[in-house]
Write a protein that binds this ligand. Sequence first.
Ligand code: GRF
Length: 195
Amino acid sequence: MAEGKTKVAVLVSGGGTNLQALIDKVAGGELDNVEIVRVISSREDAFALERAGRAGIATAVAKEQQDVLRELKESGAEIVVLAGYMKVLSPEVIAAYRDRIINIHPSLIPKFCGKGFYGKRVHRAVLEAGEKESGATVHYVDEGVDTGRIIIQEKVPVLDGDTPDTLAARVLEVEHEILARGLKRAIDDLKEGDR
Ligand code: GRF
């Protein structure tokens, strides 16, 4: 039992590189006030589950939102991080963790976000629009899609000759940095609110 640490659950659906960044920063001390208590995946074949297992973190597969809610409550999580999570949370989950759920999105919200903007589709749209910059955003999750209050954003340049893959890789590096910083701010907000 990690006394005094903020308990964090991470929801995933895919490769889990954002989860891995959090795991590494907890182990490396940058997130020394965090305990990742559970990784919950919408898919049983998500490599993120493998990453969690290697780090000794409890995992669960939950396809239905009532199962996500049960797992979150059982885990004792105080903050929920969506890290490559591809489902829309139910109003019940959002209500149960109001202002305590954060998401990482691979664009500069409010640009290129909302329904249908995920993964490579985001970067393809940025390139098709002729943007000179892109980036990533950490934001609170509310009932909308990518509409909650922004916590932190960081920009990357769009370079001549960029493809959706090269742009995705540049944005992903920034995601891995700002997710941890966004989580720290959410923990500070949580503690402010508890005062
Ligand atoms: C990332 O681009 C993230 O922004 C998006 O899903 C992609 C994959 O994330 N939400 P991960 O490697 O599974 O963390």
